[in-house]
Write a protein that binds this ligand. Structure first.
Ligand code: EPU
Length: 341
């Protein structure tokens, strides 16, 4: 099977920051049968290659000099089921939120707290997406990949092989550029195990007048909370949290907490503590700060937004200002969460 590779294609529709850059070459991978042709193409072999899902965790600062592949593999299949759980496979190009809602309507539970996260199924294991006390690694059985260095041969990684950590996995390290995620297998429950303790889920359910919530109610609550704090990329360009919540040594955290007792913090294993970067940025006075069209979101300081015509370099300069301000005030180093290219 062939694959059409186009040249000099605008990428604005393919990145949620709305950066008006172009790709030297561009193609859309719709079926796995197209993969051999893609891997043999001149554009792929010359490189560089950027695999794109929803483009929602990406800041493009310049025209991409190589091949951009939009992964549009589709399909959701029930692979196995028993009295307690189901094993479901979703192809990499499926929209994440649509898949979450579909799973809930089928009576497959567990993904409700991850509602409304932008992006695709294929991207979810790469950065181990997480929200409201759940990380996707808790629900992933295995990840089906294609070996880019072996003609696209299939390779399935078990959960442990993926080496999941906070917003991290093997796909950002050793497997980067070697494995393409083509589908993800989820182990979902048939009986609800709701997690409503985190953030304001319980409060939101109460506001909605729900006394005995089910998974769909939790999903609705998460959607309402996210809508109230996080900008909709269709209206205001952004890539979700622009920074990771920093993980620091417990003794440094103790010294910081003595100076800033209100600083939200969470245990992060073995003498490590995770801090709320949003609070650090907010309390440093940068929430709502705007330089031209590049701004720190006024309802969630962890999110940087493009009010219209900010360039990638404008966004990068703003990010550097935030990083420098937080470093100076707290001695903490913030790291960008999206891929910056
Ligand atoms: N906070 C502030 N000011 C702000 C933002 C946050 O004071 O402007 C405080 C909040 O009051 C709260 C704490 O910081 O006490 C944490 O805030 P929140 O619960 O909103 O979560 P977060 O740490 O800012 C993380 C994820 C989000 C996820 C939420 C909810 C990261 C980098 N971000 O944000 O994920 O939706 O928790 O679970 O871990 C994403 O990754 O793109 C993303 C949106």
């Amino acid at each position: 099977m062939t694959i059409a590779i186009q040249s000099d294609i605008p990428l604005k529709p393919y990145n949620t920051f709305g950066m008006a850059v172009t790709a030297r070459h561009f193609c859309e991978l719709r079926t796995l049968a197209q993969l051999p042709a893609l891997l043999q193409s001149e554009a792929f072999r010359t490189g560089p290659v950027l695999w794109l899902g929803g483009g929602s965790n990406l800041l493009l600062t310049r025209d991409y000099p190589g091949l951009v592949v939009k992964v549009s593999l589709s399909g959701v299949h029930l692979l196995a089921e028993d009295a307690d759980s189901v094993l479901v496979e979703a192809a990499a190009g499926e929209n994440w939120h649509d898949f979450v809602r579909y799973s809930l309507t089928q009576g497959w539970f567990g993904l409700e707290n991850l509602s409304l996260i932008p992006g695709t199924v294929g991207a979810c294991p790469v950065q181990n997406i997480g929200a409201y006390g759940v990380e996707v690694k808790d629900l992933i059985d295995s990840v089906v990949c294609a070996r880019l260095d072996a003609d696209g041969e299939a390779l399935t990684l078990g959960n442990a092989d993926c080496r999941f950590a906070y917003r991290d996995s093997v796909f950002k390290h050793e497997a980067a550029g070697k494995l393409l995620v083509t589908a993800v297998r989820f182990r979902l429950g048939r009986r609800p195990h709701l997690k409503t303790a985190y953030g304001d889920i319980a409060g939101q359910l109460e506001k909605m007048g729900v006394n005995e919530p089910g998974p769909l109610d939790v999903s609705e609550a998460v959607i309402a909370i996210r809508r109230s704090k996080l900008p909709d990329p269709a209206q205001l360009g952004n890539a979700g949290s622009f920074f990771k919540n920093p993980i620091i040594d417990a003794d440094q955290a103790e010294r910081l907490l003595a100076r800033f007792p209100a600083l939200p913090h969470y245990p992060a294993g073995e003498g490590r503590v995770k801090l709320a970067a949003g609070w650090l940025i907010d309390q440093a006075g940068l929430k709502g700060y705007r330089d031209g069209d590049a701004a720190v979101h006024d309802r969630q300081a962890l999110v940087l937004v493009n009010h219209g015509s900010a360039s990638g370099d404008d966004m990068r300069r703003l990010a550097e200002k935030v990083i420098a301000t937080v470093r100076e005030r707290y001695g903490v180093e913030l790291e960008p969460e999206p891929l910056v290219l």
